[in-house]
Design a protein around this ligand. Structure first.
Ligand code: HEC
Length: 238
């Protein structure tokens, strides 16, 4: 019995590790069952991220999961000259990128699993102006990141107010110059983008959710049948 208890406790460990690390990060509720939102996220990804980052574990063709046709994918989402059956690889040469930014932009196929979606949301909203940095930007959740602020045209320019506190420095961001999107619209954009990154990290989750109700339905139906069968078997015995 003791062994069983220990075993069942051990089984929880990987789950606890996968839970989104909370910290002080704002929790973001993703749009995993909203196809239009995931499509917008995919569009943002190919337009604003694939200049530097790849998602080599993902084939363009798989985006049909999001309700897009192959033709739509070819016409609207492929800017790298690749074919629809090929993986989503950036046309930037990693060596060149490293020389340029000091760090090679990592592949983002499963970034939602390694960093967690709350972190990604905070990161993408967390860029602020910092002339002391080589690229001119710094980041509130990833200090001294060497990625430039690629969404600045949408978000606008943020500045940071730093305050030393008991638990280290707290950074408050303020919008100094608005971008083309209102703050609310920009939050939605980033949420769509992070939802898309979460989808890429585990594409099967959409199917799993689609099948869920059928599986439950089948189980209910099966329970009913088993019950009726039991009644039938025991009818003459009492
Ligand atoms: C101009 C090139 C460039 C573009 C465009 C770009 N990035 Fe980056 N990104 C980088 C570089 C370089 C790093 C490495 C930063 C470091 O480690 O200091 C990075 C790091 C990251 C990281 C952190 C990875 C980690 O765990 O260390 C994430 C997440 C990320 N980028 C997401 C994005 C997303 C999402 C977009 C599109 C909105 C994007 N990036 C667009 C260059 C770019």
């Amino acid at each position: 019995m003791k062994k069983l208890i220990i075993l069942s406790l051990l089984l929880w460990i990987p789950l606890a590790g996968m839970a989104n690390e909370g910290g002080n990060l704002e929790h973001v509720r993703l749009n995993m069952d909203d196809q239009a939102a995931l499509q917008r996220g995919a569009k943002l990804f190919v337009n604003y991220c694939m200049g530097c980052h790849s998602a080599a574990a993902m084939r363009y063709k798989r985006l049909t999961d999001l309700g897009l046709t192959q033709k739509e994918i070819e016409d609207n989402l492929i800017f790298t000259g690749h074919k629809v059956g090929e993986p989503m690889v950036s046309s930037m040469d990693p060596k060149q990128a490293k020389a340029f930014f000091g760090k090679a932009p990592p592949d983002l196929s499963v970034i939602a699993r390694s960093r967690g979606t709350d972190w990604l949301y905070a990161y993408l909203k967390g860029f602020y102006k910092d002339p002391s940095r080589p690229v001119g930007w710094n980041n509130a959740v990833f200090p001294n990141a060497s990625m430039p602020n690629v969404l600045v045209a949408l978000q606008g320019v943020q500045i940071a107010h730093k305050e030393a506190g008991e638990h280290g420095e707290t950074i408050t961001l303020e919008l100094e110059k608005p971008g083309s999107r209102t703050p609310e619209a920009f939050d939605r954009d980033v949420k769509d983008l992070v939802s898309y990154l979460a989808y890429m990290a585990e594409p099967a989750q959409l199917l799993r959710k689609q099948y869920g109700p059928y599986v439950i339905g089948f189980l209910l139906f099966f329970t009913l049948m088993a019950y009726l069968l039991k009644k039938e078997y025991w009818r003459d015995i009492h």
